[in-house]
Design a protein around this ligand. Structure first.
Ligand code: HEM
Length: 431
């Protein structure tokens, strides 16, 4: 069978099976069948009610337990899902094209030691507290710059005009990308991140391929430029390592770019949604801009940009009484763990400044703990402080559209008004 037809058939059968199992109450299928516009949290609660580990007919296990998520993420007997398992479609067979580097399939995000250790170490210096100190001023400058651009507009799109631009500019400056083309970055990042849900349609497959192809061509040019004109940036330092393979160099740069903005944009969007829905939090933030840090932390707990991750055991093992065969995925619902009543009192309430507010797993745990966690916190707090200082009466000015992903959660389009019209605390959300 020609590969395109075979892949289309596989996609169709895969979707039909998921829907069928979901109707029969399978917990994994219910998660996959959910639309991104639906509130996912009740589904996570129903996983928790069934026990610490539940087994899905889709060939995977799921947990929403904070204790289990935390311990499996730190367990050297488990690692990320190997490349190629995210999608039912063989992407090389689909295009017949040369392999494209996909950061979520081959960067150190999904590698095991010793490769993980070697590659992570190369870029870690920029994310130490000292490295971060140098970036705080850049973040504040970028926030003010983009707020200036929307200052005279009665309404703007919080995501496209502000929340996406700040982290793209910050990570582009860090990597030494001259004149970041925000629209192209957002397109490439979107293609990579949407594929995290598993590529479900041929249109998505095409979008992924063209995104990766353009992204790779852009990085090849950037790398060649930095070889000729080295600067004080991450890419210049990476190209100086002559033993680094081209694929590792590309995958690492792509990972930093995509992880650097595709998550933080949602942190900013989700925290503004939370503030607009809680007038008392807005009041406190206006009185004390320093409260922004607690608001960001509580957003990370209650409505995290990365909802879940996956691990597989290297050997058949038992987890909380359930046998998990070697290589079988276990879905770790980070967003579910963050509402585990065993750890957080009144877990569904938005309560910035709660005593153990940093015990969430929004940034994962163990060796893959988010490298950019503190940069993301700095960006989120600076964005919130800047926004509400500039627009104390910020309000929703239209329907919020959520991004079409179950892994990554946040608004894709979020019209806001800057005037003093009456607040609308309830934000309407459509798919
Ligand atoms: C709110 C924003 C962010 C969230 C919620 C987030 C979340 C995460 C999560 C959950 C992981 C681990 C996934 C797993 O264990 O399977 C991760 C890894 C990573 N993140 Fe972030 N991230 C954010 C921002 C950033 C930023 C700003 C950067 C860089 C500039 C970054 C760079 C990375 C890198 C390089 C990894 C891979 C770490 C490793 O595998 O060793 N992230 N992030």
């Amino acid at each position: 069978m020609p590969s395109v037809v075979k892949n289309a058939t596989l996609l169709f059968l895969g979707r039909a099976a998921v829907r069928g199992h979901a109707l029969l109450g399978d917990p994994g299928a219910r998660l996959f069948a959910m639309s991104s516009a639906q509130d996912p949290y009740p589904a996570y609660e129903s996983v928790r009610r069934r026990g610490p580990v539940v087994t899905s007919r889709l060939g995977l296990h799921i947990t929403a337990s904070h204790e289990l998520c935390d311990s499996l993420l730190r367990d050297p007997g488990f690692g990320p899902l190997p490349a190629g398992e995210l999608s039912p479609v063989d992407s090389v067979a689909y295009t017949g094209a040369r392999r494209l580097v996909n950061p979520v399939e081959e960067s150190f995000l999904v590698l095991n030691p010793p490769d993980h250790t070697r590659l992570r170490r190369l870029v870690s210096p920029w994310f130490t507290p000292r490295g971060l100190r140098d970036q705080v001023a850049t973040v504040e400058r970028v926030v003010e710059e983009y707020l200036d651009e929307v200052a005279d507009q009665p309404t703007f799109d919080l995501v496209g005009d502000f929340a996406a631009r700040v982290p793209i500019q910050v990570i582009a400056d860090l990597l030494g990308v001259p004149d970041a083309d925000h629209a192209a970055f957002a397109r490439w990042g979107g293609a990579v991140v949407n594929a995290l849900d598993g590529v479900r349609t041929l249109t998505e497959m095409r979008a992924l391929h063209s995104g990766l192809r353009e992204f790779e061509a852009f990085l090849d040019d950037l790398i060649a430029h930095r070889r000729r004109h080295p600067g004080d940036d991450v890419v210049s330092r990476l190209v100086a390592h002559e033993d680094l393979r081209r694929e590792d160099l590309i995958a690492t740069t792509e990972l930093l770019l995509v992880a650097g903005f595709e998550t933080t944009v949602n942190l900013i969007g989700n925290s503004v949604l939370a503030v607009l829905a809680h007038p008392e939090v807005r009041e406190r933030l206006l009185d004390d801009p320093g409260h922004a840090e607690a608001v960001v932390e509580e957003t990370l707990r209650l409505d995290p940009p990365v909802q879940y991750t996956v691990r597989v055991p290297f050997q058949t093992t038992e987890v909380a009484g359930t046998r998990i065969s070697r290589g079988t995925p276990i879905m770790l619902l980070l967003a579910g763990a963050n509402r585990d009543p065993a750890v957080f009192t009144d877990p569904h309430r938005f309560r910035p400044g709660r005593p153990n507010g940093r015990e969430h797993l929004a940034f994962s745990a163990g060796i893959h703990y988010c490298l950019g966690a503190n940069l993301a916190r700095v960006e989120g707090a600076a964005a919130l402080r800047g926004l509400f200082r500039r627009f104390p009466d910020l309000r929703a000015a239209g329907r919020v559209r959520r991004r079409a992903s179950r892994v990554i959660r946040g608004p894709e389009r979020f019209p806001v008004g800057t005037g003093a019209a009456e607040h609308r605390p309830i934000v309407e959300i459509i798919s």
